[in-house]
Design a protein around this ligand. Structure first.
Ligand SMILES: [Zn+2]
Length: 154
């Protein structure tokens, strides 16, 4: 089973502490590491052989993109993004999932082009440092704020 499917199974069992909300096409979860404060993922519900946007039926794809956009807006409002960054990757886990990063000036320090550039110009060991993991209390607070914004938009 892929890592995303494992996390979804945890949500279904009520055991995923990062879970925020179920939408029609996917699940909203807070990222494990929070160097980029408010980093959120939107996990597509199905895996199977649907690993590209162009594998989805047009209506399903429209709904998935619409819901991702709503999640991005809620993340932006909740965490005060200057700009949202969106990534749909999947060479590691082919399961469709959006990475939604709220960006603010200075968030990659002086890496990249004098502090400007994509999130992946920030060193991986810093981005995934255990220092960036939210406490139970911080996580609960982030989830509640994001849920409140999402519910205003849905
Ligand atoms: Zn999967």
């Amino acid at each position: 089973m892929c890592l995303i499917c494992e996390r979804i199974e945890m949500i279904k069992r009520g055991e995923n502490p990062y879970f925020v909300k179920e939408l029609e096409t996917g699940y909203v979860v807070i990222g494990d590491n929070q160097h980029f404060c408010g980093y959120t993922l939107f996990l597509y519900k199905q895996h199977g052989n649907k690993t590209e946007l162009f594998h989805l039926e047009p209506d399903e794809r429209d709904r998935f993109l619409e819901e991702m956009t709503i999640v991005a807006q809620a993340v932006s409002r909740t965490f005060g993004a200057e700009k949202m960054n969106y990534e749909l990757l999947g060479m590691g886990d082919a399961h469709l999932h959006w990475h939604l990063f709220p960006r603010v000036s200075g968030d990659i320090e002086n890496y990249g082009n004098n502090g400007r550039g994509p999130v992946w110009w920030y060193p991986m060991y810093k981005m995934y440092s255990d220092d960036n993991r939210p406490s139970e209390e911080q996580l609960a607070n982030m989830k509640q704020k994001l849920l409140d914004e999402l519910e205003k938009l849905l």
